[in-house]
Design a protein around this ligand. Structure first.
Ligand SMILES: Cc1cc2nc3c(=O)[nH]c(=O)nc-3n(C[C@H](O)[C@H](O)[C@H](O)COP(=O)(O)O)c2cc1C
Length: 173
């Protein structure tokens, strides 16, 4: 099938075509001159896999364990905000994808679906991402709701004392 999507870059191009520019830029853009965005890709390119030939590969597994939960490979859904900008089902769809892939869904503090909605939508192992809030009562409330809804861990984002300066977002205002 000529139109079959074969890698992540093709998904990104499809998203660029499908989404309003402002939303696409929100997901794809990085802060300031986007040095870190570029480096994130470059650094992965430096990792070279060591081939081991002439070994028995009939029984291989990528599965691993995170905080006592077995997942199919060492890849989880990182917390990202506002999935409804990309799809009307938002984080509900992402969480269902996590369940289908047998991996962990980390729900963002700034998700467009509530902790309860996502919990009710699928049985993926769920963690909840928390920012360090000045308003401790907001953090307490969210953590309690996440705990009550069966989220298994808190993922604390500690490197965001203020919003990143995303130049694409500023231009799109
Ligand atoms: C559009 C977008 C939204 C994000 N939203 C959050 C968020 O709500 N909370 C958070 O802790 N990290 C958020 N992040 C950071 C990601 O979880 C991740 O740490 C970051 O993108 C680096 O990983 P990467 O190199 O795989 O992109 C966001 C990243 C992007 C690109």
């Amino acid at each position: 099938m000529a139109d079959e999507i074969v890698n992540v870059n093709e998904f990104q191009e499809l998203a660029r075509q499908a989404l309003p520019k402002m939303y696409y830029d929100f997901f794809a853009g990085g802060a300031e001159d986007e040095h870190t965005l570029k480096k994130n890709v470059q650094e992965f390119q430096r990792i070279i896999l060591l081939p081991r030939v002439l070994v028995d590969v009939s029984n291989i597994a990528l599965s691993t364990n995170i905080l006592g939960y077995t997942i199919s490979s060492p890849i989880m859904i990182a917390p990202t905000s506002m999935h409804k900008l990309a799809h009307p089902q938002g984080e509900l769809a992402t969480a269902r994808a996590a369940a289908a892939c047998n991996t962990v869904m980390i729900l963002s503090f700034t998700a467009s679906c509530s902790v309860e909605e996502v919990a009710a939508s699928c049985d993926a192992v769920r963690f909840f991402q928390l920012y360090v809030c000045k308003r401790r009562d907001i953090a307490v409330n969210l953590v309690q709701r996440a705990e009550k809804s069966g989220y298994k861990a808190i993922v604390l984002t500690a490197d965001r004392p203020r919003r990143g300066r995303k130049e694409t977002d500023i231009k799109n205002k």
